[in-house]
Design a protein around this ligand. Structure first.
Ligand SMILES: Nc1ncnc2c1ncn2[C@@H]1O[C@H](COP(=O)(O)OP(=O)(O)OP(=O)(O)O)[C@@H](O)[C@H]1O
Length: 244
């Protein structure tokens, strides 16, 4: 599904946070949003997910305008929000159960291996490592029948090694699943490694400062290590905005 965001603005307490944001995401494209802290990245996801009301702007999925909550979007917030009293299988099939999908558990179990959770269906969240919990939260999001995934710093709370492992895993998964995705991250490496395109936001009120197209790049850790100049350029841009 193609996502089109036009002229998106919002203020909190009379302070303009998003200033006429325009962007599009093609079917199957993976786009990362990078920007200085507090510029409004999560706010964009919250508006798309229907949790916040925009002041101006139009959101379209495949040319159809979306208002409020929509099942086009599956949202994975920063914390994993796994329910501690439910098993991993019950946690990942929460939406399916709410929607009375009798095949929810059967369909979920087929994905446990891919998501590195094989054998853990009857475990509880506190029996899993941080990385596994994030994969479970991600599986719950991916199992939603939504066309567009909204991921807010999914690996933000993980240590650097687990984070890198999760990025490798997500890059592999991307090739298989081809879901339209918008990822919010603070991490320049993560954005470069995972995204087809990076949108860099300015300091508040946020507008899109720069777009980096990586769609023709064959991604690998070696490629990432060689991107010193590009990383420096993005870093300087974000640093300038942080000080703005
Ligand atoms: N519901 C709300 N009511 C009032 N102010 C809000 C609300 N949501 C966000 N804000 C404010 O809007 C600004 C942008 O917040 P947001 O969380 O979108 O930024 P961010 O770029 O995701 O930040 P970070 O990188 O630190 O996660 C912040 O100043 C925040 O305090």
């Amino acid at each position: 599904m193609k996502l089109c965001v036009e002229n998106l603005s919002i203020s909190f307490d009379k302070q303009l946070i998003l200033n006429h944001i325009d962007f599009q995401i093609r079917q199957g494209e993976f786009v990362a949003l990078l920007g200085p802290s507090g510029c409004g990245k999560s706010t964009i996801l919250n508006i798309l997910a229907g949790l916040l009301s925009k002041e101006t702007g139009i959101i379209k999925v495949d040319n159809q305008e979306i208002k409020g909550l929509s099942d086009h979007f599956a949202y994975m917030p920063q914390s994993d929000l796994l329910l501690p009293w439910k098993t991993i299988l019950d946690n990942v099939t929460l939406y399916g159960q709410i929607n009375h999908d009798s095949k929810a558990k059967e369909n979920a179990l087929k994905e446990f291996k891919t998501f590195g959770l094989d054998g853990y269906q009857n475990s509880y969240p506190d029996q899993l490592s941080g990385g596994m919990r994030q994969r479970a939260a991600f599986l719950r999001t991916a199992l939603c029948k939504a066309d567009i995934l909204l991921l807010d710093e999914p690996f933000g709370a993980l240590d650097v090694i687990t984070r890198n492992d999760m990025q490798d895993w997500l890059l592999d998964l991307r090739k298989q699943y081809n879901r339209t995705t918008l990822l919010v991250t603070h991490d320049i490496d993560e954005a470069l490694f995972l995204a087809d395109r990076i949108l860099i936001l300015s300091h508040r009120p946020a507008s899109i400062l720069k777009e980096i197209d990586l769609s023709n790049v064959s991604k690998s850790r070696d490629w990432l290590f060689e991107q010193g100049t590009l990383k420096k350029e993005i870093f300087e841009l974000l640093k300038g905005e942080n000080n703005a």
